[in-house]
Design a protein around this ligand. Structure first.
Ligand SMILES: [Zn+2]
Length: 126
């Protein structure tokens, strides 16, 4: 199931490239901005307060996910250290060009020497 999804995801990448993801993120930001603007018109003070608390909770959940992700080394975490390819020990560049939507969203590398896919923690992805 997961492998199938991965195949579909990489297929999309081949067809549309990186711009698709950027366009989608811009759209999400636009929808949020318009939603906030509309909310200030239609909600009373209590409604706005509830909404702001909801947003604050979402941001807090995001920050928590990043902290836990960094400790547990999952896809939500941030890796500040440089990574080497687990197969040929080539140092992978800190600044990278994502080769797939998954890499653009969650980080990771494709080794320029042996072509192995590596996540942002330097673990091989099969
Ligand atoms: Zn390699």
């Amino acid at each position: 199931m997961e492998q199938q999804f991965r195949r579909v995801a990489s297929g999309n990448t081949m067809a549309h490239g990186r711009s698709l993801t950027v366009a989608r993120l811009n759209l999400i930001a636009l929808v949020i901005a318009v939603g906030l603007w509309l909310a200030t018109y239609f909600l009373n003070e209590t409604g706005l307060l509830v909404m702001l608390l909801g947003l604050a909770a979402l941001v807090a959940a995001g920050v928590l996910a990043v902290i836990i992700g960094t400790i547990r080394k999952n896809k939500w975490g941030i890796n500040f250290e440089s990574v080497a390819c687990p197969c040929c020990t080539t140092r992978l560049p800190q600044i990278r060009k994502p080769k797939s939507v998954q890499q653009a969203l969650w980080g990771g590398y494709t080794c320029p020497t042996c072509g192995v896919e590596v996540d942002k923690w330097g673990r091989k992805i099969n």
